[in-house]
Write a protein that binds this ligand. Structure first.
Ligand code: GLU
Length: 211
């Protein structure tokens, strides 16, 4: 579990996507992240991850914020909304492109299906007007981290994930980019979230290093 000592520099967050009501699993994550931050005597922030308008449910963000307050989980400061953070994501993406760490990709999902959906090199048959932008993942890219519950997690990102999307072909920001930019901008030190995101963490560590 999260560190058991007081640490006022601890900064945690809960970052729900407004795709519906907070379900039990989200509440457990909210409670865990809130409790760890309060126990440390640190800061706890709420961030609305409203990056994907087609998947968003009208009124869900407000309902989630109300539900959190109803349980007594009050954010230290106004909740950020990712929909207002375009400039920050664009400048991070521009930096990655300028550094040669990201590239435009014209491959379609069906073209990549033959590679198990994993992108290692462009195989696009045609140029599209709306290319995605991907992070170039170097060969042999092993990322390891220590999870407080699950222990040491190791992922061979090039083989298991491949070059991953930072901005989608439909122009929307990918979760992986936005979460890394915002966790850094908010000075987050510790993350308590659902185990379904364990396999995203290596991508996020890689992006943190790239940025
Ligand atoms: N917005 C993500 C979700 O609701 C969580 C992101 C995170 O905690 O990193 O699943």
């Amino acid at each position: 579990m999260p560190s058991a000592h007081r640490d006022p520099s601890y900064r945690g967050r809960f970052a729900p996507s407004p795709t519906g009501a907070l379900h039990f699993g989200s509440l457990v994550a909210a409670f865990g992240s809130w409790l760890a931050a309060r126990h440390a005597g640190g800061t706890w922030l709420v961030r609305v991850e409203d990056l994907d308008p087609p998947r968003e449910v009208a009124g869900a963000a407000e309902a989630q914020l109300r539900a959190l307050s109803g349980f007594g989980f009050e954010s230290d400061g106004p909740a950020w909304r990712q929909s207002g953070r375009d400039d920050a994501y664009r400048s991070a993406l521009d930096r990655l492109l300028a550094d040669g760490l990201a590239f435009e990709c014209h491959c379609s999902r069906s073209e990549l299906a033959g590679e198990g959906g994993i992108h290692r090199q462009c195989i696009a048959g045609a140029h599209r007007s709306d290319p995605a932008i991907r992070l170039r993942v170097p060969d042999g890219c092993d990322i390891a981290f220590e999870d407080a519950v699950h222990g040491r997690i190791v992922q061979r990102v090039d083989r298991e994930v491949g070059d991953f999307v930072l901005r989608r072909a439909d122009g929307l920001w990918a979760y992986q980019l936005a979460v890394v930019v915002d966790d850094a901008a908010q000075g987050i030190t510790d993350i308590v979230r659902g185990a379904d995101l364990l396999d995203s963490t290596p991508r996020q560590i890689l992006l943190q290093r790239a940025l």
